[in-house]
Design a protein around this ligand. Structure first.
Ligand SMILES: Cc1cc2nc3c(=O)[nH]c(=O)nc-3n(C[C@H](O)[C@H](O)[C@H](O)COP(=O)(O)OP(=O)(O)OC[C@H]3O[C@@H](n4cnc5c(N)ncnc54)[C@H](O)[C@@H]3O)c2cc1C
Length: 382
């Protein structure tokens, strides 16, 4: 089986969107189909090598990077649509949601877990990191939209096992960044394409007023609410808005929001989409994703007092503070604060090596037992 271990492949497969420094010598495989994937896994197991799967590498915590004695399997050839009907589609792992929704468009169907990295993140990577984004208010995470998965694992006797599970039975795979096995295909649930959306887009001179408005939107419990986002002034200016707080409210109907013009809506979302690259351009490359159910104003103010630009999915309590290279210690302080306030160190980008030090003993034990259940020989992941 052809593999690559030259400097260029080593460089590419030691890099992802995380800024996580990794420099392991690795061997990269690009199997042409699932039978080749199985062959590669069998050989790796015989040679006592570890395996990490690689999709597009858009994760932000380094979770597709190889460790010592680890081969990389690039799954880019597993890109077929296997079955489709009016309520579901079964796909191999290498497909973006843009590609998926282009295919579904002519049937007036839609896969609703829409993401920022929609043009590059692949279904396999999205499942393994339980992808979610701002429309999680309405559609939640990947785990809600997968019906079944066919999964390759290595059993305790080092034999290959390929099984189809319903999503509940394989729920650990929605956290498979730890390396539990390989998702070979997934049956995804579909909905009818939403007909229209409307937005309310408001600016505020201070955080308290912005948060009061957020609370008033939340208190209405409108089931058509599909996004509720906040941007702080430092980020607002980076995306060519005024030096103010902005709140974006999206409804999946044409009546509840104040703006219905499609072009205007597109322009507002383009500003929100620009928050990540624009904040990178301000030299704040490290994006984080703490989740708080209470006291979010405290974290917000802490960020601003420390010159940390911040925006996020305010309804579900997820903020995206960005750190620059001189603020590494502040990141530890932030997670200490998050722990004090009622915390979750990651809501959508996950943990991998980078954030392990912030996990509680209980979480570490939980990971150990999941790993033991699916991959007792520790073949996959780091
Ligand atoms: C600009 C930007 C914005 C983002 N915004 C969000 C956001 O709002 N919400 C959010 O949730 N995430 C966000 N992310 C990160 C998100 O986690 C990734 O975009 C996506 O989930 C990873 O997809 P990928 O195909 O690139 O996978 P990779 O990065 O290649 O891999 C991610 C993990 O999945 C595993 N994996 C990949 N394929 C398989 C498979 N077939 N079987 C088993 N394991 C597999 C890998 O081993 C690795 O552990 C963002 C990323 C970027 C760059």
């Amino acid at each position: 089986m052809q593999s690559y271990n030259d400097p260029l492949h080593n460089l590419i497969y030691n890099t992802d969107a995380s800024h996580f420094e990794n420099n392991e010598k690795t061997e990269v495989f690009l199997p042409k189909n699932r039978n080749k994937v199985i062959e590669i896994v069998e050989n790796a197991v015989k040679e006592n090598k570890k395996i990490v799967c690689r999709a597009w590498g858009t994760n932000l915590v380094g979770n597709c990077l190889p460790s010592k004695n680890t081969i990389v399997i690039d799954l880019s050839a597993l890109n077929k649509i296997l079955e489709q009907n009016a309520s579901s589609i079964t796909v191999e792992p290498w497909l973006t949601t843009d590609e998926l929704n282009d295919i579904l468009d002519k049937y007036d169907l839609y896969f609703p877990v829409q993401l920022w990295s929609h043009a590059s993140a692949q279904i396999g990577g999205m499942i393994a990191t339980n992808w979610a984004w701002m429309r999680a208010i309405k559609y939640w995470k990947m785990e809600k939209w997968v019906e079944e998965m066919e999964i390759l694992t290595v059993n305790e006797n080092k034999g290959i096992k390929i099984q189809t599970f319903n999503a509940d039975d394989a729920k650990d795979f929605f956290w498979a960044e730890w390396g539990l096995g390989i998702i070979l295909n997934a049956k995804l649930k579909l909905i009818k394409k939403p007909e229209s959306t409307s937005l309310t887009f408001k600016d505020f001179d201070n955080l308290d007023n912005a948060l009061m408005f957020v609370e008033s939107v939340k208190s209405k419990k409108n089931s058509e609410l599909s996004a509720l986002e906040i941007i702080n002034p430092q980020v607002s200016q980076a995306v060519w808005l005024e030096n103010k707080y902005y709140v974006i409210v999206e409804y999946e109907n044409s009546t509840d929001g104040e703006i219905t013009d499609k072009n205007e809506i597109k322009e507002i979302w383009a500003k929100r989409d620009a928050c990540y690259p624009a904040t990178l351009n301000l030299w704040y490359p490290q994006i984080e994703d703490p989740e708080l159910h209470e006291n979010i104003d405290e974290l917000f103010k802490w960020c601003e007092n420390n010159n940390i630009p911040v925006y996020g999915h305010i309804w579900i309590g997820v903020l995206h503070p960005h750190f620059n290279s001189e603020q590494k210690e502040l990141m530890d302080d932030m997670y200490t604060l998050v722990q004090e306030l009622w915390w979750n160190v990651s809501w959508e980008h996950w943990i991998w090596k980078k954030k392990q030090k912030y996990l509680s003993e209980q979480e570490k034990n939980q990971i150990k037992s999941i790993k033991e259940k699916w991959d007792s020989n520790d073949v996959f992941g780091f």
